[in-house]
Structure formats: C-alpha cells, structure tokens
Design a protein around this ligand. Structure first.
Ligand code: SF4
Length: 414
C-alpha cells in the first residue's frame, strides 16, 4: 500500500506490473488503496506457490563468478533494477554460466493463445528478465510453468515485449502518482474472474458514469462471506488463542475452540476475559471485539487499524478541516435533534404538569418551548432552521445546546 500521489516507492513490484496490464484499476485498488479479497483463484495460487513462498531467499553467484561447467538453480531470488525502478521475487532461477533463465509458477493450465501465454504473465516474466540483465546476466527468455497442465512455456524477451513491458512500468507509476482511481473496464470478461469485483463494482460504476451504456448490470459474484459471530456469555470465561484458533475456557467445562478465519466478530458479555494474544490476532485480521454488559449494553468496541485505504483517511481529514465539515456537522446535529423524540415527550409530561397549575391562553407558547429557550418561542422547526444556517463552530454548538437545554432540566430517568 502506498500513499497516493505522494510516496510512490522507487521500486515497483513485478507482480503489480502484471496486475496493471490485466487492469489498471485492479493494480490501483490493490497497490495504492491496499484493498484485498480472496477468491478461489487467489487461494489456489497461494497454494501452488506455497513451497516457493516458504523458502528463504537464495543467494545467487554474481555473473562473473558463475561456473559454465556447473549449471545451478536458485529458488525465491529477490533482485531489483533501480534504473527501471522495479523489483521481483523470482520463483526459480536457472543459471548456466552467465546465462540466467527465470521460471515463474502459475496455477492454471497453459492457455491456447498465439504467444503461449497472456500478456500480464509475459510482462511479469519480462520484468524479471530486465532485472537480470541490469544485474549483469545474459537473459533473453524465461519460462512460465503452468502447474495444472505441468507445462513449461517459453517466453522470448524480444524488442516488442521489452517495449511493452517498459511502457507498463511507466503506466503503473503514472497511475499511482496521479492519485486517481482508473475507470473500470467496460463489459470485460476479466471482471468475472477478478477477486475485487465486489469492491470495484465495475458495471454499477459504469452504469452511473457512462449514460450511453445499457443499464444492465452483470451478476458478478462477490467474495463469499461465510464467517459467523462468536458470542461468549459464560461469566468468568476466558478467551485465549491457540495456533490459529480462539479457545474459550470456562471453569468446570471442557474448552471450546473456533477457527479465527471463521469469525466475523466477537461479542463478550459481562465478566469475560480476553488475552492479549487473542486481542492482537483479532485486531490483525480486522475482526472487531464488542464489549457488552451482562444484560447486553454496549460499552465499547476494540478494532484493528481497519481499512488501509490511505486516500480515504486523507479525504476524511480534509473534510473534517474544510467547509464540507460544516455540512456534515449540520446534518449530524439536525439528525440528533430529530432523534430527540424521547426527550420531547418527556418534556411534554413536565409541561402538562405546569399547564395544570398555570393555564395559558390558546396559541401561547408551550411549556416545552418556553423552558427550553428562556421563555421565548422556539419550536423544533425554528431550531432546525437555525442549525441549517449555523456558522461558525460556536454557532453550531450553541444550536445543539439550544435543543438540549430543555432536556437538562427534565427528570433523569431511562
Ligand atoms: S472488476 Fe474488472 S474493472 Fe474492476 S478491478 Fe477487477 S478487472 Fe478491473
């Protein structure tokens, strides 16, 4: 994740160049905004890569030290090219003297297309080739290994592919620096396989922003959310963590466990303890913990750092500091006043008592209005009007207080 428009790192990951060629919006969502959702393809992809991912990065001999008589292979090799501004972790590097051949593992079957592979995969491999060249190796081709069909597909790094790859690297950097989310693809079959379709909403966004398109929105399947909440109501219980599970221990009862990945949120009722390890694990996976009284009153919520969308955070701060904040504050205060029905009804009872002691003539201000506003008539409509034009800060606070003042003298009861 990067801060859009400000902190584009010097080195772009080769995998993101792949995503950019697949769809610029996807690369932006993932890399700039920090969005991520799994689908069956991403999970299977990780499974195929599990050996490579778990291995520590290998050292490779420098080109001038490589022995042509002893071909070598190194796994999980991390190299970069500061001049082009890219970095890549190579699944496998085959070395034959100075000649290096990167091998990239792919989960699916080898596609039946003219170049033997789709452009995003070819470009990602070519980035690896350019990095190897920049580090002094001879590299004019690479291999895509398709696990499902157990086939090696050779990709030649010819001039056309190199130019296309350089263009993609520049395009990704430009888009990341622009700070603007690219538009979605239009009616693209790529969206059907995209794990971020539920976040991107391509057809919905296009239907709203491109009036020339038909209104029809495809039924792209969003990521499934099969997670469930965990309620712990046993008094004296403790919620701890063991491996990738939460373990609920209650005296004189067998412990119960639930997998962390299956939890949508955790609700703790009354005297239930939670260990630091469990708290940290839940925060880490963005699962909130609600702290409630024995009877179900909500006291507070523990949450992780939440959404990693830097742009959202920046926009929130901008809104809070600028004039937009005033409109939001007005709307919030108006909403709060509208929700004061309970208080007004309580005051109405009080006013009825006053009225029975001191009858008033028809049309005179009610007890609610007089007491709430120092004897002057200010109904709710008047207060709404004042709130909707209130400016600056002190004015807003004053208007809200105007409505609350009547409530403060009301009998305290719930
Ligand atoms: S859903 Fe389509 S437009 Fe949106 S990020 Fe994925 S591929 Fe791109």
């Amino acid at each position: 994740m990067i801060a859009a428009g400000q902190d584009v790192p010097d080195l772009l990951p080769a995998r993101m160049v792949n995503e950019f060629v697949y769809c610029p919006r996807l690369a932006y969502l993932e890399w700039v905004q920090g969005e991520w959702e799994d689908n069956v393809e991403t999970v299977h992809g990780r499974f195929v890569h599990r050996r490579v991912d778990d291995e520590p990065a290998s050292d490779v001999p420098a080109p001038e030290e490589a022995d042509p008589a002893r071909p070598q292979a190194a796994r999980s090799v991390m190299l970069s090219d500061p001049e082009l501004g890219v970095i890549a972790r190579m699944d496998l590097l085959e070395l034959d003297g100075r000649v290096a051949t990167p091998v990239d593992y792919k989960r699916g079957i080898a596609p039946d297309v003219p170049n033997g592979a789709h452009d995003p995969e070819r470009v990602q491999l070519c980035v690896q080739g350019l990095i190897l060249r920049a580090n002094g190796y001879a590299c004019d081709r690479g291999i895509l290994y398709f696990a499902a069909s157990k086939r090696r597909v050779e990709v030649v790094f010819d001039d056309a592919l190199v130019a296309f790859t350089r263009e993609a690297v520049l395009g990704l950097r430009t888009v990341a620096m622009s700070g603007r989310l690219p538009a979605p693809l239009v009616d693209s079959p790529k969206c059907i396989r995209c794990s971020l379709a539920g976040i991107c909403l391509p057809d919905e966004v296009n239907a709203m922003s491109l009036p020339s398109l038909p209104d029809e929105v495809r039924r792209l399947v969003p990521a499934r959310d099969d997670r469930i909440p965990l309620y712990v109501q046993a008094q004296g219980g403790t919620v701890g963590k063991r491996d990738e599970r939460l373990r609920v221990v209650v005296k004189d009862e067998p412990p119960q466990e639930v997998r962390l990945m299956e939890l949508s949120h955790v609700a703790l009722f009354g005297n239930v303890q939670v260990t630091t390890q469990a708290l940290r694990a839940l925060c880490d996976q963005d699962t909130i913990i609600a702290h409630l009284s024995y009877g179900g009153w909500l006291y507070g919520i523990t949450a992780g750092l939440g959404h990693k969308n830097v742009e959202l955070r920046i926009a929130q701060h901008r809104v809070a500091d600028g004039v937009q904040g005033l409109a939001i504050a007005r709307a919030m205060v108006t909403g709060k006043i509208l929700n004061q029905r309970t208080l007004l009804r309580r005051r109405a009872r009080f006013a009825t008592c006053r009225a029975s002691r001191a009858p008033r003539s028809a049309g005179a201000p009610s007890g609610i209005d007089r007491r709430a506003h120092g004897g002057r008539r200010h109904g709710r409509e008047t207060v709404f009007r004042r709130v909707s034009t209130a400016f600056p800060e002190r004015g807003r606070l004053g208007r809200r207080g105007l409505c609350g003042r009547g409530a403060e003298s009301a009998p305290a009861s719930r």
